[in-house]
Design a protein around this ligand. Structure first.
Ligand code: ADP
Ligand code: GLC
Length: 484
C-alpha cells in the first residue's frame, strides 16, 4: 500500500471564513481532522472579498498561476483557529465582489458563475497536474459539489494525475449552464458528451465529478442509496447506479468544539447532560430577547435553516397554527425564497406572542436556538446529511425529522420498542405530507410533557458521538484504497 501524504481539498466555502450552509461546516472541519490524522493537507477556496476581510493576518503570496490565459494568485493563510494551510485563489471575480458567494443581493445567481467556478476548477487541476511555483502536488485531489466538478474532469485529461475523490453534498445543485456557455468557456471539446459534462443538451459541472472521479462519496449511507434511483437521483440516477461500486456514503461529523453546549460562548448559560435543566435559562432568555411570552408550561420549537423547498417549508406552513395551539411556541431563523419569507412573516404578525420569525443569517442566534428550544423541526423533503439535527441531538433538543437521507441515519424514532430499549432520540415521520409532520410534532409535544421519558431521551441523544473522528477514518481508508 502506498502511503498517502498530500491532499488537496477544494470547496467553495469553509467555516469560519465563508459560510452559507453545511458544506462550509464540513470544509471547515474535515480537512483539519485529516491533517491531524497525518496527511499533508491544503484547503483551496476562492479569495472572496468577505474572506479577505475576515483574515486575522495578511496572507502570504505563494504563486501566480496562468489558468488558460487568466492570471490568478495563490495566497496562503491559516484557517482561523487552526494550523491548517489554506490556499485562497485570488482573482477579481472573487476578490472584488462583496456578499454571497453564489448570488447577488436579490438572490439572482452571479451572471459569471460558470467562469468563476471554472477558474476555481482550473486552479485545482493545474496544481494537481503541473509543476508550479508552489512546489507541491497532491496525491489525492478531493473536490466537493458542482463548483469544483470540472477540476476532476480536467485532471483526468492530464497524462500524470493524482487519484481523485468527489463528494456530493447536494445533488439538487448541478451547476447547469447553456451549451453556448460551455463553448465560451473553451472547455476541451471531448468533454461535450454523455460520458462528460453534457446533460440533456446543457452543460453540468457536477458531472465532471460524477463521471470521472476515481471514487465518489456522499454524506450519508441512505442518501447514497436514494440518489441511485428516481426521484432522489434527479435525472442522474442512471449514471450514479453505473458508478455504484465507486459510490460510498460517509456520514458527516460535527465540529464538537464549536457545537458543544458545555462551552459554547454564544450561550447565556452553558450546560451538559447532567445539567440539562439549565436549558430553561436559555429558553427564558430567548423568549425575552424575541418578545415571546415567558412561558414554561409549553415547549419551544425551533427551526434554523435555508428557507427553501428542500427544507420542507411546504409541510410546515399549513400547520404552524395547529402546532402553536398545542400549545407551543415556535422560533424560525433563516433566509431564503421570498415566498417563504413572506408567508412566515404574515403568520408571525398574527401570533406575535407565540411565533417569532427572524429573517436573518445569524450564527449566535443559531446556537442560542439550539440551546433554548426543546424540540427542533427538520421535516426536509430530502436531506443529504443535515447538520442541524446533529447539533440538536448534542444540545438535547429532540428533533422532528422526515425519514430521508442523513436524517433517518441519525435520528431514532420514539416508539414503544425504542423507548423501552433506551435508544429513542427523536420523532420520525415518513410521508411528505403536512398532516404527517403535524402528527409527529404533536407526538413530540406530548412526549415533552412526560418528563421522565423526555429526560431519558435527552440523555440518549446527548450521549451520541457524531464527532468527525469516525468519518475521517473512513475518508483515510478511501484515500488509501484509491492510491493502492
Ligand atoms: P444545508 O447545508 O442544506 O443548508 P445543513 O443542516 O447541513 O443544511 O447545514 C446548515 C448549516 O447552516 C448549519 O450549520 C446551520 O446552523 C447553518 N444555518 C443555516 N441557516 C442559518 C441562519 N439563518 N443563521 C445561522 N446559521 C444558519
Ligand atoms: C448540503 C446538504 C446537507 C449536508 C451539507 C453538508 O448542503 O443539503 O444535507 O449536511 O451539504 O454535507
Amino acid at each position: 500500500m502506498s502511503a498517502v501524504s498530500r491532499l488537496l481539498f477544494v470547496a467553495s466555502e469553509a467555516y469560519p471564513l465563508i459560510k452559507t450552509g453545511g458544506l462550509a461546516d464540513v470544509a471547515g472541519s474535515l480537512p483539519e481532522v485529516l491533517r491531524q490524522g497525518g496527511l499533508d493537507v491544503r484547503l483551496l477556496l476562492p479569495a472572496y472579498a468577505d474572506v479577505l476581510q475576515r483574515l486575522e493576518a495578511a496572507p502570504e503570496v505563494l504563486a501566480e498561476l496562468d489558468l488558460a490565459g487568466q492570471s490568478a494568485r495563490i495566497l496562503e493563510c491559516r484557517l482561523p483557529g487552526t494550523p491548517l494551510r489554506t490556499w485562497l485563489l485570488e482573482h477579481p471575480v472573487f476578490s472584488e465582489r462583496v456578499g454571497n458567494p453564489y448570488h447577488d443581493a436579490d438572490g439572482a445567481p452571479w451572471s459569471d458563475n460558470a467562469e468563476r467556478f471554472l477558474l476555481l476548477s482550473r486552479a485545482a487541476a493545474h496544481i494537481s497536474t503541473c509543476d508550479t511555483a508552489l512546489g507541491w502536488r497532491p496525491d489525492i485531489l478531493h473536490c466537493n459539489d458542482w463548483h469544483s466538478g470540472p477540476a476532476i474532469a480536467l485532471t483526468h485529461l492530464a497524462r500524470q494525475r493524482p487519484r481523485t475523490v468527489f463528494t456530493i453534498h447536494n445533488l439538487a445543485h448541478m451547476g447547469i449552464f447553456d451549451r453556448q456557455v460551455f463553448e465560451r468557456l473553451e472547455l476541451p471539446a471531448q468533454l461535450w458528451q454523455e460520458q462528460g459534462l453534457e446533460f440533456y443538451g446543457q452543460c453540468s459541472f457536477i458531472k465532471g465529478g460524477l463521471v470521472f472521479a476515481d471514487e465518489i462519496t456522499t454524506v450519508s449511507p441512505t442518501y447514497a442509496r436514494e440518489i441511485c434511483a428516481s426521484p432522489g437521483g434527479m435525472g442522474l440516477e442512471g449514471l450514479l447506479s453505473q458508478r455504484r461500486d465507486h459510490l460510498l456514503g460517509i456520514l458527516n461529523g460535527i465540529d464538537s468544539q464549536t457545537w458543544n453546549p458545555a462551552s459554547d460562548p454564544h450561550l447565556v448559560q452553558t450546560y451538559d447532560a447532567d445539567s440539562v435543566q439549565r436549558k430553561a435559562l436559555s429558553k427564558s432568555a430567548l423568549q425575552q430577547q424575541l418578545g415571546l411570552q415567558p412561558r414554561e408550561d409549553c415547549p419551544l420549537l425551533g427551526f434554523v435553516g435555508r428557507l427553501v423547498e428542500q427544507k420542507g417549508l411546504e409541510l410546515v406552513l399549513p400547520v404552524i397554527g395547529q402546532l402553536l395551539d398545542g400549545p407551543a411556541q415556535i422560533v424560525v431563523l433563516g433566509r431564503g425564497e421570498p415566498r417563504y419569507e413572506a408567508a412566515l412573516q404574515a403568520l408571525a404578525a398574527q401570533r406575535p406572542d407565540a411565533l417569532s420569525v427572524l429573517l436573518a443569517y445569524d450564527e449566535t442566534l443559531a446556537h442560542r436556538i439550539e440551546a433554548a428550544a426543546d424540540i427542533f423541526l427538520m421535516p426536509s423533503l430530502f436531506e443529504p446529511c443535515g447538520l442541524n439535527q446533529l447539533y440538536s441531538l448534542r444540545y438535547g433538543t429532540l428533533p422532528v425529522v422526515r425519514a430521508v437521507g442523513g436524517l433517518v441515519d441519525t435520528v431514532v424514532d420514539a416508539s414503544e420498542q425504542t423507548l423501552a430499549a433506551g435508544t429513542a432520540t427523536g420523532f420520525v415521520f415518513a410521508a411528505p405530507q403536512a398532516d404527517d409532520f403535524l402528527h409527529a410534532g404533536r407526538r413530540a409535544i406530548a412526549a415533552w410533557h412526560d418528563r421522565p421519558v423526555w429526560q431519558a431521551m435527552q440523555r440518549t441523544a446527548m450521549a451520541e458521538d457524531f464527532s468527525w473522528q469516525r468519518s475521517a477514518e473512513r475518508y483515510l481508508e478511501l484515500y488509501r484504497s484509491a492510491t493502492d
